[in-house]
Design a protein around this ligand. Structure first.
Ligand SMILES: NC(=O)c1ccc[n+]([C@@H]2O[C@H](COP(=O)([O-])OP(=O)(O)OC[C@H]3O[C@@H](n4cnc5c(N)ncnc54)[C@H](OP(=O)(O)O)[C@@H]3O)[C@@H](O)[C@H]2O)c1
Length: 412
């Protein structure tokens, strides 16, 4: 079905007039002249749908392309499907929708020969979707690592910089506009998990849904974890990983310590970054602002301009890699124990029984208590959690053990 495109004009219907929608409504007329020179078509906003104003059917009738910036699942899913079925291209920044209903939407776009673009859905203005879909289409990707949530990266940066608690750093993030009033999906890792599901789908041509991504947030991180880690030469980030493992695919999000040479170690504040690793290209890292109205709107406008020129689509899934849950990781382990002789030996023995070997230890006495902070060599996570359960039962323990993963690779 060909939409009725008046000569020389390209009509954009906008769903949502919030942080990103209102920024796009301002940006589009500002760039109309430049876009017309580039594409031969002059973009114009035909209308904006919100909860209280506008009519979807009327907007669809008068638009060549629909931009969905409502967020959430319904009615966004329904509107996106109806727009594509009416032959319209769609641009969206909705990671929740794509990570839960992506296959249905991409299948529909392919079947109907319309474009569904979503650069703004992951890492804001960092052009990681385009790079995976187009620039790296010829590379076999082994792993994608990402800092894909700016709120948590700001909080962790602030905790490391000032010694603030999680709650204090979150309050500061909210004050500066880097965290929503309800930050639950950011701090518990779900937002990053949705983005990693999308990146994994594109990098590995395998269907990945949000409910297949294991995620853990940063609410439990304590200031002294960051302090001791500094002594061990480590920095903390909320890391999303999608990687091939033994013929399968592991997609996960959790806090992890990084050594200073890691390409993501220097990404601080609300910035996002994604590292893509492939034997053919070694490794590339892209970084930049991960959110914000004007920033995300500029990624969305880039998608609108691309849709005005030649077609691009998300290919069918050609692989069906099995999703792997138990992976190998190094760990930082923090124990509050009684200050008695032989405690370290007891802990070391339990670790050894599970095949966990210690790489480095920092020990501090504090009156009748001692603090043991160690980094262990890479081990299967199931083995490490087995050791953690045994350690938690030790009579000498004064608080539940705390563990955070460490990314071991050294980058030159
Ligand atoms: N904010 C960011 O920095 C950012 C970054 C990357 C991606 N995104 C994504 O961009 C999308 C939009 O985010 P946002 O921050 O701009 O959201 P927002 O500020 O909450 O705005 C949402 C807009 O959608 C409208 N809306 C909500 N439910 C609707 C419904 N049932 N029917 C019609 N309109 C409805 C709202 O209407 P009312 O005005 O009537 O309430 C509002 O104008 C989301 O998918 C988000 O994940 C946002």
């Amino acid at each position: 079905m060909t939409p009725p495109n008046p000569p020389g004009r390209f009509r954009v219907g906008l769903l949502g007039n919030g942080t990103v929608g209102s920024a796009l409504a301002a940006l589009l007329p500002e760039h109309a002249d430049r876009i017309e020179v580039r594409t031969g078509l002059r973009p114009e906003l035909t209308g904006i749908l919100t909860r209280s104003s506008g009519d979807f059917d009327d907007l669809l009738e008068r638009s060549d392309l629909i931009v969905e910036l409502i967020g959430g699942i319904e009615p966004a899913r329904e509107y996106v499907l109806r727009a594509m079925r009416a032959g319209r291209h769609v641009v969206t920044a909705n990671k929740q929708l794509l990570s839960q209903h992506g296959e249905e939407l991409w299948d529909t776009a392919r079947e109907l020969g319309v474009q569904l673009r979503f650069e703004g859905a992951v890492a804001g203005v960092v052009p990681v979707i385009r790079v995976l879909q187009e620039s790296l289409a010829g590379a076999t990707i082994d792993r994608v690592h990402g800092i894909v949530n700016g709120t948590t990266n700001f909080i962790l940066t602030e905790m490391a910089r000032t010694g603030a608690t999680f709650s204090e750093a979150l309050a500061e993030a909210q004050r500066l506009g880097f965290a929503e009033a309800d930050p639950a999906e950011d701090v518990d890792g779900r937002d990053a998990a949705a983005k990693m599901a999308i990146l994994a789908r594109l990098a590995f041509d395998t269907p990945v849904r949000l409910d297949q991504v294991r995620y853990e947030g940063i609410e439990h991180i304590k200031p002294d974890d960051l302090e001791y880690a500094r002594e061990l030469g480590l920095g903390l980030k909320l890391i999303g990983t999608a990687e091939r493992i033994g013929g399968g695919l592991s997609v996960r999000v959790h806090p992890a310590f990084l050594y200073p040479g890691h390409p993501l170690a220097s990404v601080s504040g609300p910035f996002n970054a994604v590292t893509v690793e492939s034997e053919a290209i070694t490794e590339i890292t892209m970084s930049g602002p991960g959110a914000g109205g004007p920033q995300t709107a500029s990624a969305v406008l880039g998608d609108v301009i691309s849709a005005m020129i030649p077609p691009a689509s998300t290919p069918e899934t050609t692989q069906a890699l099995k999703l792997v849950q138990d992976v190998v990781s190094a760990f930082y382990l923090h124990l509050e124990v009684a200050d008695e002789p032989g405690v370290l030996a007891q802990v070391a023995q339990l670790l050894a029984e599970q095949g966990v070997s210690v790489k480095s230890v920092v020990q501090k006495g504090m009156r009748d208590q001692a603090r043991l902070v160690m980094v262990v060599h890479p081990v299967l996570e199931s083995r490490f959690s087995g050791a953690m359960k045994l350690i938690a039962d030790l009579a000498v323990l004064r608080a539940p053990p705390r563990a955070i993963r460490v990314l071991e690779e050294e980058f030159g």
